[in-house]
Design a protein around this ligand. Structure first.
Ligand code: ADE
Length: 369
């Protein structure tokens, strides 16, 4: 059985092998911030990157105020979860930590840097160039039809000149001014432009991302870690079309923007929460599966806010209890509409597991390419 997050993490040890010298960490621009914590871009001098250079670009999590003991505790918990987790391609992995100044309220948690930021922002800002490969009946068009379309309508409309021979699930993104020499790296994703031959997101990318998120979550579930705040805003996009699940552990204590509603439990991401979490405060990997269903909805609606038009959480809870569920977004293949519905079954045991989701998405990929 899963222990509550707090109990789980209190038992986890810190391993000194993760310690990284503070003076070798050069902090840079802010990447994101919540109520209690923030993430900055940094260079970790002496840490090897994939090109063998010894100043890796990383992301560093820290508390906003060094006098906020609760925020610090939450970050310690997240660090311990990251150590416990080990590494997986579809999880934002731990790279190190600076814990020596903890007595002064400073803790720096070093994680992988994901250049293209969170999926929710990325999807909504690439909505206009989306290449939909799903027909009006919810079927994924076959490869030959796709190529035909690529050569005709979407190209003629100037929507996209994606190279049909390019690897289907590889999202190549390149810097505008090449950083191949490795000297300078543009500060923000705004300075990046997609490769001219691969300028758009297509249905295939959304399917690939859904598979990768299910894989990352299956890994979490296999380690008996529950996320508790799975949402497109907490999934990050890295190079090569790789997506990574981020922000676990601290999530529960960091609720503070419009996505989280005040309840007796504090601020909660109501629109992503399973029915049993809302009514009985029960969280499990199967409640993460419900949230995964909402993430699928976000993916195929290209970053829209779930339950559009419903503002009040308590009304939503009543509606969901009465059996109301969101419809399949127009651009979603039927299979994904059906999958969302299965993730939103009232009985958590009737929902698929992440392992089953992963396998089912994989067989979809095989049958559609
Ligand atoms: N924003 C929050 N965490 C991030 C990370 N690890 N990489 C890039 N942007 C982020």
């Amino acid at each position: 059985p899963l222990l509550p997050m707090e109990e789980q993490t209190e038992r986890l040890p810190y391993d000194q092998r993760w310690e990284f010298p503070r003076y070798r960490l050069k902090l840079g621009v802010q990447l994101g911030a919540g109520c209690f914590g923030r993430v900055v871009k940094a260079k970790a001098v002496g840490m090897k990157d994939s090109n063998g250079r010894t100043a890796k670009t990383v992301a560093v999590k820290m508390v906003k105020s060094q006098t906020d003991a609760a925020a610090l505790e939450a970050l310690v918990r997240e660090l311990k979860i990251l150590i416990h987790l080990g590494s997986h391609l579809n999880v934002v992995n731990l790279l190190g930590a600076c814990t020596k100044e903890m007595h002064k309220g400073e803790l720096l948690v070093i994680v992988e840097y994901c250049r293209f930021g969170n999926l929710q922002t990325y999807l909504s800002s690439h909505r206009d160039s989306f290449v939909n490969l799903v027909d009006e009946f919810g079927n994924i068009r076959s490869q030959s039809e796709t190529e035909e379309t690529e050569n005709t309508s979407s190209l003629q409309q100037g929507i996209c000149d994606r190279d049909p021979t390019a690897s289907t699930f590889c999202l190549d993104l390149i810097p505008t001014d090449s950083t191949a020499s490795g000297e300078t790296e543009p500060e923000s994703i705004c300075q990046y432009q997609r490769d001219a031959t691969l300028p758009c997101i297509s249905t295939h990318d959304l399917i690939s991302w859904s598979f990768q998120i299910a894989s990352g979550m299956d890994y979490l579930a296999s380690k008996k870690v529950l996320h508790g705040d799975l949402a497109a805003r907490n999934v990050l996009l890295a190079d090569g079309g790789v997506v990574k699940v981020a922000d676990f552990g601290m999530a529960k204590r960091m609720y503070c923007d419009g996505k989280y509603e005040r309840t007796s439990q504090g601020l909660m991401p109501v629109k992503w929460m399973a029915i049993e979490s809302l009514t009985d405060r029960v969280f499990s990997s199967q409640s993460d599966v419900w949230s995964f269903g909402v993430v699928l909805w976000e993916l195929f609606s290209l970053g829209k806010v779930p339950y559009p038009g419903i503002e009040m959480g308590h009304l939503l809870v009543k509606e969901i209890q009465n059996g109301y569920r969101m419809e399949k977004p127009t651009n979603a293949p039927n299979f994904f509409g059906e999958t969302m519905a299965r993730c939103w079954k009232t009985d958590p045991n009737e929902r698929p597991t992440f392992r089953q989701l992963k396998d089912a998405i994989c067989s979809q990929v095989e049958s559609c390419i």
